[in-house]
Design a protein around this ligand. Structure first.
Ligand SMILES: Cc1cc2nc3c(=O)[nH]c(=O)nc-3n(C[C@H](O)[C@H](O)[C@H](O)COP(=O)(O)O)c2cc1C
Length: 170
């Protein structure tokens, strides 16, 4: 899959089948995340791979997160506020999006999930206090998927280019 095909194929997947994600595939997408840029190369991120059903059920308690019960993997992206106070969230977000695109190129479905309680997720996964939960990413094979290709026109609507891009001034 070339880069633009990957970008245009990605969409939020909220229904998963029970097929597990191979270890090698998981390792490849985590290594892709590791290769992301970070301010001063501090790499202030940590990715928790959650496969445990009971823990995924806790992660799924957010209003818009119910499907985390069925995605075989949830990646919890954490940023270290102490090591990189200004950029830990940005850096971790960049790494998570790299992981999302790598997962797409592997034929996996993903969805960003911001619907979670910082306190509950930290408690459930034993995350130390200097770390923030930046976002959760569901990972797995889409249930009922018929066609891998998806153009932006056929997916979630996007703003017009003229409304989001300008040249030489706002
Ligand atoms: C930071 C962030 C948080 C999000 N949180 C949720 C969420 O909690 N639940 C959910 O179902 N989708 C969530 N989404 C997915 C968006 O709804 C989705 O990306 C958007 O509607 C565009 O659709 P697309 O991803 O299919 O292009 C989130 C996306 C981002 C980037």
């Amino acid at each position: 899959m070339d880069f633009y095909e990957t970008v245009n194929t990605r969409k939020s997947v909220r229904a998963y089948d029970s097929r597990p994600v191979d270890e090698e595939v998981l390792e490849r997408i985590l290594k892709a995340a590791r290769g992301s840029p970070s301010a001063k190369n501090l790499q202030p991120w940590h990715f928790i791979v959650v496969r445990n059903q009971a823990k995924r059920t806790v992660l799924a308690e957010g209003t818009w997160a119910k499907f985390l019960r069925e995605s075989p993997v949830v990646i919890v992206g954490c940023g270290n506020r102490k090591d990189s106070p200004h950029w830990s969230t940005v850096d971790t977000t960049i790494a998570l999006q790299t992981l999302v695109l790598a997962a797409t190129a592997e034929g996996l479905g993903t969805c960003w999930v911001g619907s979670f309680s910082q306190e509950k997720v930290k408690e459930c996964l034993g995350i130390p206090k200097e770390w923030d939960v930046v976002c959760l990413i569901s990972v797995g094979y889409e249930r009922g998927k018929k066609d891998l290709t998806r153009t932006l026109a056929g997916g979630a609507k996007r703003k017009k280019m003229g409304d989001i891009v300008s040249y030489d001034e706002f």
